[in-house]
Ligand binder design. Structure first.
Ligand SMILES: Nc1ncnc2c1ncn2[C@@H]1O[C@H](COP(=O)(O)OP(=O)(O)OP(=O)(O)O)[C@@H](O)[C@H]1O
Length: 259
């Protein structure tokens, strides 16, 4: 049996007295494309932020490629992770944010070369070659010398995807990557994500409100509610024949809001 590349084992996440993830068990297999859907506040983004080490957990264990993320093994025990361990683990993951989060004062090319040079120690030539190849993949070869504010939202988000890919992560996390975009710009970003999913080289975890897209590209859809997975399965099953009442209510509300 394949070992999961991501595993949440009874993970608890609280903000003050508010429990956002309640003993969450969740696994993703290598090369899998998993979409997380669910109501606002159900903890979807928190799952990604924990994986990106942007949020700490209060209980349970998260493992990435079989190694604990927030802990280190010392003499057979799990102890809180050092900054060095977190840095090493973080290199396995890339994240694309809702608000793009590009460096505003750097050109598109520099946005892509900065981390590979600073963090991975690539030469300027190698980082530039890698960046140019990625810009071609996301259809932005002619925009390399522009600054982010000179691009449309859809183009900025494609730079955001290329920038995350420039670090050659094994896992890509997408946090509602199209929700800040004008409707006519959503398609160009989904097209790039679809290409990546079709290549099957990366493990991908996508939080989205784009239900049709989730249905088309995912290997598995997880419906989150109140910090737990209420239901999960292949998209055709979950969308056409949801087993849980809560899933049915949610899908009805988002797919047929006027009914
Ligand atoms: N830094 C924080 N401090 C306090 N509460 C937070 C913080 N971040 C998130 N929360 C709370 O945690 C809960 C889950 O947030 P999360 O962003 O994971 O939800 P979500 O399912 O992604 O929702 P949405 O679809 O609206 O983005 C929410 O109730 C939110 O208010």
């Amino acid at each position: 049996m394949t070992e999961p590349i991501i595993k949440f084992d009874k993970v608890v996440k609280r903000f003050g007295s508010h429990t956002v993830l309640d003993h969450l068990d969740f696994e993703v297999n290598p090369g899998e494309m998993v979409t997380i859907i669910g109501p606002s506040g159900s903890g979807k983004s928190t799952v990604l932020r924990i994986l990106m080490t942007l949020e700490q957990i209060q209980d349970g264990v998260v493992t990435v490629e079989g190694e604990p993320l927030w802990h280190e093994r010392k003499n057979g025990d799990l102890v809180p992770a050092s900054e060095k361990h977190l840095r090493k683990m973080r290199e396995k993951l890339g994240m694309v944010f809702q608000q793009f989060n590009l460096f505003p004062h750097m050109t598109v090319l520099r946005n892509l070369t900065e981390a590979p040079r600073q963090v991975l120690g690539l030469s300027k030539k190698d980082a530039t070659e890698r960046a140019e190849e990625l810009l071609e993949r996301v259809g932005l070869s002619d925009q390399a010398s522009k600054f982010p504010h000179q691009l449309s939202g859809g183009q900025q988000q494609r730079v955001g995807i290329a920038r995350a890919l420039a670090m050659r992560p094994k896992i890509m996390l997408f946090d509602e990557p199209t929700s800040a975009l004008d409707p006519e710009l959503v398609g160009e970003v989904l097209k790039v994500i679809r290409q990546l999913a079709n290549e099957h080289e990366l493990t991908m975890l996508l939080v989205t409100h784009e239900m049709q897209f989730a249905r088309q590209v995912s290997d598995r859809v997880c419906f989150f509610d109140k910090g737990r997975i209420e239901e999960q399965g292949p998209p055709d099953e979950l969308f056409t024949n949801p087993k849980r009442e809560r899933t049915r209510e949610f899908l009805k509300a988002v797919l047929d809001p006027d009914a």
